[in-house]
Design a protein around this ligand. Sequence first.
Ligand SMILES: Nc1ncnc2c1ncn2[C@@H]1O[C@H](COP(=O)(O)OP(=O)(O)OP(=O)(O)O)[C@@H](O)[C@H]1O
Ligand SMILES: [Mg+2]
Length: 319
Amino acid sequence: MSVTERNLFENQLSMEIRFSLTSEGKILSCNKNGQILADRFGNSFLDFFDEQFMQEAMDYLKSVTESSEVIPALLHDRLSGNGVGTLYNGFCKNGTLFLAGFQTQLMTRLASELVHELRNPLTVIKGFFQLSSLTQDFYKYQGVIMSEIDRMHLLLESFLKSCKNELKTKPVLPDKLSSQLIALMASECTMRRVPFDYDVAFSENACNVDISMIKQVILNLTRNALDAVEALSGRTGQLFFRGTIEPDGYRFAVEDNGIGIENHVLKKMGQPFFTTKSSGNGIGLSLSKKIVAEHGGSFCMSSVPGHGTTISFLLPFAS
Ligand SMILES: Nc1ncnc2c1ncn2[C@@H]1O[C@H](COP(=O)(O)OP(=O)(O)OP(=O)(O)O)[C@@H](O)[C@H]1O
Ligand SMILES: [Mg+2]
């Protein structure tokens, strides 16, 4: 490849890359950027890495496959008829491929699929109710209405089952956890070209944590913060991660200098399906609150409209 070709190639790769993979790393499907990589290096995701990174990529695949995050991924694939696969996000910078989180997208997609699926039986129920009141003949339509209600029950049950992840906690030092969260935030910020910085207090007390779940919380908070700074006009946005020690536990905070939140919005935040975004699902915060509560922790949000927002959560110390 010539230098220009190589630059062009790497520029194309600096955009988000998505793959749907088997646990062995075979590519089931990918987006346009993923296709560029696949065309160049072959149809196994692992071929993208040199010897040194291959092991890392394999470990990553293994850890994701073994974690509870796979359940919604598999369910998603089943629903969309893709066969069994898992979705990964990555991006490329200076010729190195980085892997980033993916579960939020799967969860939000899954949730929107559920909402979509529930709308169908609801429309039928509404129609038949209208018919029965028009014809004054409820019994004639009762059977259809009941079977549609049963269908909704089934959909909800399978969704709830797929979301019921048992926490797999282990004691982790907060600054060690922070460094993993920082890596995740940094990669999300790089992808969306937003400056990022952090400050972490050292603690000798560990917290009992399901790392993959807390990563999901940080991803949700980071993506919200990135949306808020991208909605800015006239000043540069930036994100900050702060880890502080409190008497009862360790506080992890995501700060942004984005558009901020009006009081009436702040009151509704965290309610399932509450969103102010045209393409939002309103799932991210409610899921995050649930995960933090399952860790015995608490959530805190503060915001100055027009100036920025801090969303933090406290995880109790192990003993
Ligand atoms: N850092 C933030 N700055 C400004 N508004 C925020 C911030 N974080 C959350 N919000 C508000 O809270 C709402 C709910 O957030 P939540 O993450 O639950 O859903 P969402 O981002 O709209 O959709 P998704 O399900 O894709 O995450 C957002 O629509 C937004 O109005
Ligand atoms: Mg969100």
